[in-house]
Design a protein around this ligand. Structure first.
Ligand SMILES: O=C(O)COP(=O)(O)O
Ligand SMILES: [Mg+2]
Length: 222
């Protein structure tokens, strides 16, 4: 089966790196950095939205020009912000076990391509994924279904499970009509019950079991 993962808030907690970028950018503007809680709540819809939310939170007026300038400064730093990211517990083992079991693994993230590829490399994940689709690679972003569908297409098509942490991921899966496993310990803001999902889990030790169920469900449907 294809198993496609979201990145931020699902495989890695990257909020400390993003917070550090905010410290540089907001510091240049004489503003306080984002808190970690603010950072987590601003991630999910890509870097442009994150920069808008960051500006609003620090009372910086958003015009197309001010946004373009601050976004440009932000992404120039973002590519190097990889040092503080950590895997959620059990991720490394779960990916290794699923890969060894013959599943194809993919990554579908609203993080821009350069920082996404930089952190994948930094975390040693380059050999793990059969396909990576990050923001900017196609003219669409989650929760539109296109990025997820493109990831599946790049993996050769076929039965797929999508694994993510946010409202955006749940909605993306729903629109793509792909079964969804919700990781509950990432950056979601809503109660679990309010988010459409087929499975939820709070530790990656559980994922293998979910994949077995997903395969069984798929086989039963055929
Ligand atoms: O960078 C973002 O806004 C979201 O990234 P994600 O899609 O990997 O959660
Ligand atoms: Mg996420």
């Amino acid at each position: 089966m294809n198993i496609v993962f979201d990145l931020d808030g699902t495989l890695i907690d990257s909020a400390p790196d993003i917070q550090a970028v905010s410290e540089i950018i907001l510091g240049q503007l004489g503003k306080e950095p984002l808190t970690i809680a603010e950072t987590r709540s601003f991630v999910g819809e890509g870097a442009k939205v994150l920069v808008s939310r960051m500006m609003a939170a620090r009372g910086i007026e958003e015009t197309p020009e001010s946004h373009a300038r601050i976004y440009g400064d932000f992404v120039a730093q973002y590519e190097y912000a990889v040092e503080k990211a950590v895997f959620y517990p059990g991720v490394v083992d779960a990916l290794a076990v699923l890969k060894a079991a013959g599943h194809r693994l993919g990554l579908c993230t609203n993080k821009p391509e350069l920082p996404a590829r930089a952190v994948i490399r930094h975390m040693g994940l380059e050999p793990t994924f059969d396909a990576v689709v990050a923001a900017g690679m196609i003219d669409s972003r989650k929760p539109e279904p296109d990025m997820l569908l493109k990831t599946v297409e790049d993996m050769g098509g076929g039965a797929t499970l999508y694994v993510g942490d946010s409202e955006i991921d749940a909605e993306t899966a729903r629109r793509a009509e792909i079964p969804f496993a919700l990781y509950t310990e990432g950056y979601r803001k809503s109660p679990i019950a309010a988010m459409p999902h087929d499975w939820s889990f709070d530790h990656f030790d559980r994922l293998q079991e979910i994949v077995i169920e997903a395969v069984a469900r798929q086989t039963a449907a055929e």
